[in-house]
Design a protein around this ligand. Structure first.
Ligand SMILES: [Cu+2]
Length: 143
């Protein structure tokens, strides 16, 4: 009888562990855990009125997802139009090359519903714009 109780306790502990692990893996896309362990959702949406929020502050190393919810294609990219060279290492000249992965430049127009993500590793105040509609712009502050 004691053995049965021990087995039941072990099973409960294992199931509890499985539940705990799986419950930590059910975050929605676009959410990340910050270095402090907080769940943060760094999403900038692109509407016909522009980027929202127009200014977003994140910690170094966090990723921001830009999601186009407008009917027109949108191309988020580092200032300054048209060269996109303000964010260190970025340049529109790298689009279409192997350097494309590491630059603050979507390098293409995102269609409605499409998203593009970039990890900000360099502290600073970084302005950006929609390359297809340069009057639309925003700011990312990396702390
Ligand atoms: Cu541009």
């Amino acid at each position: 009888m004691k053995n049965v109780i021990v087995i039941v306790i072990v099973i409960v502990i294992i199931l509890g562990g499985v539940w705990y692990i799986s419950s930590n893996n059910t975050q929605e896309p676009g959410n990340q855990v910050s270095p402090a362990g907080n769940l943060v959702s760094n999403v900038v949406t692109i509407a016909s009125s522009g980027f929202s929020p127009s200014s977003l502050t994140v910690q170094k190393g966090e990723t921001i997802t830009f999601k186009n919810e407008s009917s027109q294609p949108a191309w988020p990219a580092s200032a300054i139009h048209p060269t996109h060279t303000v964010y260190p290492g970025s340049s529109i000249a790298k689009c279409g090359t192997t350097g494309e992965a590491g630059i603050f430049d979507a390098c293409k127009g995102l269609l409605k519903g499409e998203a593009w993500s970039f990890q900000f590793d360099i502290p600073g105040t970084w302005k950006y714009h929609d390359h297809l509609n340069p009057s639309r712009n925003g700011t990312i502050v990396v702390q």
